[in-house]
Design a protein around this ligand. Structure first.
Ligand SMILES: Cc1cc2nc3c(=O)[nH]c(=O)nc-3n(C[C@H](O)[C@H](O)[C@H](O)COP(=O)(O)OP(=O)(O)OC[C@H]3O[C@@H](n4cnc5c(N)ncnc54)[C@H](O)[C@@H]3O)c2cc1C
Length: 337
């Protein structure tokens, strides 16, 4: 383990000032579930760790009077998964948080850390491989085993986005608030993530000195008014595991007809992958088996599997159908979050 300085700022302003002052030599630390592993493997080598857990103003799950859901960056995944009102109004978000890792990971892992965690690609995580994401010249996926890698949006690197929470929040049209040395900015969470062809050293738009402080989700219309959401995930190991593929969807139904849809795929692309094609396939229609199958085909039409991950195409298509039929009332509903 390399030596590093450890600072505990008391406010967001103090944290961003320290981070900006040190540039890429400093990193924010939240629950540490991801970052401590990177430190131990020598993948992250900060000279200073800025511990955000000392900032009490970031630890909240709350609702505004208009029903906007606000998640502080330091809210734990357990506090998201177990909030009664959140489970009622944003089931997809609660189901996604609940599906993360094990109880121990959810008790410590935070919203900000989940959204900003680094890829789980085995070449990226190996200290023996200097891959594209770590400043090297090659994505080893193209030479080696591509079983867990991207089928959509890949190249030149084929990492997949690991967070379950992110697709669910994007399906709910969430916005992220970022604080930096020049103040706060807000953007759709969808725009927070960038493909490897845009940026290779990080998966988000964050610059040194910037941190996520909050995620805001617009009010959900009640289920009786037709707003429904769901998150489903397929993993190799049922006890705890990352998604081989996941799907989050939010539909506004008027009787049997889908008025609006947002469909986001996880585990299959370097970013949470919004499928406007699947959304178009169901909007204005009654969602029966042929319509759901058409939406699934539309979602995967640009899939370009690597030598070892072709299985992800039918798997993801099946999950898209499962979610759409579940939300339309024609399929099996998922278990409680
Ligand atoms: C065994 C195991 C199983 C897992 N299974 C799943 C799973 O099924 N689904 C899933 O989604 N995840 C899974 N994870 C990942 C886990 O959920 C994340 O590692 C965790 O949520 C990260 O949160 P943290 O607070 O510990 O972040 P940290 O480890 O502290 O930080 C993670 C990264 O984000 C940065 N960061 C942290 N907070 C902020 C912030 N506010 N602003 C900007 N940058 C920030 C850090 O610098 C670091 O780079 C698993 C992890 C393990 C070890």
């Amino acid at each position: 383990m390399r030596r590093f300085a450890f600072v505990e700022p008391a406010s967001v302003t103090a944290a961003t000032e320290i981070l900006a002052g040190k540039g890429s030599k400093a990193m924010p630390l939240a629950g540490g579930i991801d970052l401590l592993g990177e430190l131990k493997e020598g993948i992250a080598r900060p000279e200073t760790l800025v511990d955000l857990k000392s900032i009490s103003e970031l630890q909240f799950v709350r609702f505004d009077t208009d029903g906007t859901l606000r998640l502080g960056a330091l809210a734990t995944l357990t506090s998201v998964a177990e909030n009664e009102r959140l489970r009622r109004e944003f089931p997809a978000v609660a189901q996604a948080a609940w599906s993360v890792g094990s109880p121990e990971i959810r008790n410590v892992g935070t919203v900000g850390g989940s959204l900003c965690q680094r890829p789980r690609c085995w070449y990226y995580r190996s200290s023996l491989h200097r891959c594209l994401t770590k400043g090297g010249d090659v994505c080893f996926t193209t030479l080696g085993n591509s079983r867990y890698h991207a089928i959509l949006g890949g190249g030149p690197s084929f990492i997949v986005h690991p967070s379950d929470l992110a697709p669910a929040l994007i399906a709910c049209d969430a916005r992220v608030v970022v604080a930096g040395p020049s103040g706060r900015t807000e953007m759709p969470l969808e725009k927070f993530y960038v493909l490897p062809r845009v940026r290779l050293d990080h998966e988000t738009v964050l610059k040194p000195g910037e941190i996520v402080v909050e995620v805001a989700v617009p009010p959900a219309t009640s289920v009786s008014a037709g707003m429904r959401s769901q998150f489903v995930k397929f993993r190799e190991k049922e006890s705890f595991d990352f998604a081989l593929a996941s799907v989050a969807a939010v539909l506004r139904m008027d009787g049997a007809i889908c008025q609006t849809a947002r469909v986001v795929l996880g585990g299959v692309a370097p970013v949470p992958w919004r499928s406007e094609e699947a959304e178009k396939a169901v909007t204005g229609r009654s969602i029966d088996v042929p319509t759901a199958a058409q939406a699934a085909r539309a979602a995967l039409k640009d899939a370009s599997p690597l030598p070892h991950n072709g299985y992800k195409v039918p798997l993801t298509a099946a999950l898209v159908q499962k979610v759409l039929l579940g939300l339309s009332g024609r399929g099996r509903e998922p278990g409680p979050a």
